[in-house]
Design a binder for this molecule. Structure first.
Ligand code: HEM
Length: 343
């Protein structure tokens, strides 16, 4: 079980969404037993159940929170989980060493006349800022790059993983993207970023992949900094809020037949992109994903260039593919096999 953990630093009253993969007895043990939580709603996505409840008593909240933590820790003490934790710690430490080594090498070989990459640009900014602030420093560089690795690699790779699953399930959509790419680009060169605005169907297809794949089902937890009201709902200061992105992407009041894979919903009769304001795989607002434009560019280039060169299909045409997904921090497709033939 895991949950979106509230951080208790002061008074807290609010709602929390808990996501559990093992809910047996969960409500009995932690909610109805303790008056501190008022259970509001339970819902299910795939194999995962989600509980939304309100916390109305700070004292109790602290106590219950501790119990939930203990419960979680007990689970972590299982041997397999302990191994997982060690694997994660080791991976983190390897990544940290790798990045530290690169920052050191960049400092040693720094040449202001030859700025090669992000670390060089960071070093320039660090020099410019050093007289005014101490915000940009060695530790900040490390954590910034770690953030980019942690938040930017699995999300982007997983979305690509989904994209080819959809393409082998819908060969007609794949073919239409390929026809568009061939018509606009021709056989002789690779697709560039500047081609994107001429490839509307391919763009709409990727939007539909985002909408139905939901690599990030939830955002990162946020806290209301003051009392506020949204759509008539009172949200007291300090409420932990975990927006649920999939609920927007499958909302029947926004999308016709929301469960159907249909890139056409993002195009009008003149082949212009429409409805993009309702698609929020990177969340919305001031704390939305800062990697959005990088991710969109990477995804477009990789997806369109691979479709340009290869035809993707199921290994066994009769195989029934699963679109349920496995939810962890991101939601990944279940393992699947595909065939790639040169076009
Ligand atoms: C398909 C790819 C990606 C998806 C679906 C995605 C999605 C998200 C979502 C939903 C959030 C939470 C926003 C919120 O809490 O409201 C987020 C946060 C974040 N993302 Fe991405 N992301 C992707 C790629 C990237 C890339 C490439 C980078 C950087 C290189 C990145 C860096 C971050 C960071 C640093 C945050 C935390 C922002 C904060 O705390 O304010 N992401 N992302």
């Amino acid at each position: 079980m895991y949950y979106s953990a509230p951080v208790f630093d002061g008074e807290f009253t609010g709602r929390v969404v808990i996501n559990t993969t093992n809910s047996e007895g969960f409500i009995d043990r932690f909610i109805t037993k303790h008056a501190g939580y008022t259970f509001l709603k339970r819902f299910q996505i795939g194999r995962h159940e989600y509980f939304v409840f309100e916390i109305n008593d700070t004292q109790r909240t602290r106590k219950i929170s501790k119990e939930i933590e203990d419960f979680d820790i007990k689970n972590l003490k299982l041997d397999s989980e302990k191994d997982n934790l060690k694997v994660r710690r080791d991976a983190f430490s390897t990544l940290k060493k790798y990045i530290e080594k690169h920052i050191t090498e960049h400092r040693e070989s720094f040449d202001p006349e030859n700025i090669k990459d992000f670390i060089d640009m960071y070093l320039v900014a660090e020099k410019d800022e050093s007289e005014r602030t101490s915000v940009l420093n060695e530790a900040a560089a490390l954590s910034l790059i770690m953030d980019m690795f942690a938040a930017g690699t699995d999300t982007t790779a997983t979305t690509l993983d989904w994209s080819f699953l959809w393409m082998i399930q819908y060969p007609d959509v794949q073919k239409r993207c390929q026809e568009e790419i061939t018509k606009v680009i021709g056989p002789g060169r690779m697709v560039r970023l500047s081609d994107r605005r001429h490839l509307s169907y391919t763009e709409a297809t990727f939007m539909e992949i985002h909408r139905l794949s939901n690599t990030a089902i939830f955002t990162i937890p946020h806290t209301a900094v003051c009392d506020t009201t949204i759509n008539g709902f009172k949200i007291p200061k300090n409420t932990i809020i975990v927006p649920n992105l999939i609920s927007v992407h499958l909302d029947e009041t926004i999308w016709r037949d929301p469960k159907e894979f249909n890139p056409g919903r993002f195009l009008n009769q003149s082949n212009d992109i429409i409805n993009k304001e309702y698609l929020i795989p990177f969340s919305s607002g001031p704390r939305a994903c800062p990697g959005e434009s990088l991710a969109r560019s990477e995804l477009f280039l990789i997806f369109s260039n691979l479709l340009h060169r290869f035809e993707f299909s199921k290994v066994d045409p009769d195989e029934i593919l699963s679109f349920e997904g496995i939810t962890g921090v991101t939601t990944t497709p279940s393992p699947y096999r595909l065939k790639a033939d040169l076009r």
